[in-house]
Structure formats: C-alpha cells, structure tokens
Design a protein around this ligand. Structure first.
Ligand code: SF4
Length: 157
C-alpha cells in the first residue's frame, strides 16, 4: 500500500514527508521502558530516526511509574493493575508530560506502540487481563488525538 494511502478502516498510513520532528514511544526506539523491563525496537522506526528527529517518550515512566512495573489495562476511564491498583493519576500525568514534550519539539505526528494502555491507538486490551481486545485508545494516544496530533502505530509505517 503506498505511503499516505488509507486502510480499509479509513486510517491513513505512512509518515507525512518533511523534516518536522515526530514523537515516538520510547520502547519502539529500543529503550527498555516496558512494564516487563524490555524494549520492542521497531526497525522501520529506527530507519526513520536516522533521517529525522524522533523524540522518544514513555508516558508511564513520565508519570512516575517504575520499570519494571505491574501490567495495567484501561477499565472505562480508569487504568488498573490485575490486582485492582488504580494507576489512573500516573497515566494521566504521563500523558500530559508526553504531550508537553511533543509540543516543545513541534511534533504534529506521533508513532505509538499498539495495544498499550498508554500508547495504543485503535484497540487496547479490555481491562479483564485475559488478552481480549476492544476498540479504543490508550490514555496518551487519546490525549494526543484530542490535541490534534495524528497518531500512527508501528504497523502504519
Ligand atoms: Fe512503550 Fe508507551 Fe508502554 Fe512506555 S508507555 S513502555 S513508550 S508503550
């Protein structure tokens, strides 16, 4: 599918041309910031980072959560761990910090990790910790979209 074209769901794929900075999930750039202490480097994003500024952000770390940390999922407006610990405030704080970083960099586009309760865009896990998915966005992806940023996942590159 050519760059900039639309998927069946109407979502545009591909980064816009130009040299404008983009903001990216830090785990996709090789930073070991995931809940399990690992990273998920994405070779297509690393290739992009070789030719334009990519600002890595990890909203969950920016919200003050440790690494490694308990897995969390969105349950309605809240974000909770499997044991029921409410992490909503940390997720909200991290989303605001990530948006601030995007604005400081002048980024209008973000490439965020799919499925994450922070970074996921289009689908996330359903809050039951059973691996089931639902339509929706992570906290940061939702805030970015509300602020007018275009949000892509690593699969859209
Ligand atoms: Fe990656 Fe986003 Fe999760 Fe941080 S919050 S580990 S950047 S998916």
């Amino acid at each position: 599918m050519p760059k900039g074209s639309k998927r069946g769901n109407g979502r545009r794929r591909g980064l816009p041309s130009g040299s404008q900075a983009i903001v990216c999930s830090a785990c996709l750039m090789g930073v070991p910031c995931r809940y399990d202490g690992r990273s998920r480097p994405e070779s297509r994003l690393l290739a992009v980072a070789a030719r334009r500024v990519c600002v890595p952000v990890c909203p969950e770390q920016l919200g003050g959560l440790p690494t490694p940390r308990d897995a969390a999922e969105r349950r309605g407006r809240r974000v909770v761990t499997a044991s029921g610990r409410d992490l909503t405030a940390a997720f909200d704080k991290g989303a605001r910090a990530a948006l601030n970083a995007a604005r400081l960099a002048g980024a209008r586009v973000a490439v965020l990790k799919r499925g994450s309760p922070s970074c996921g865009s289009g689908w996330i896990y359903d809050g039951t910790f059973t691996g089931r998915r639902k339509r929706g966005d992570g906290v940061t992806a939702a805030l970015f979209k509300a602020a007018g940023l275009r949000v892509l996942t690593e699969e859209d590159l």
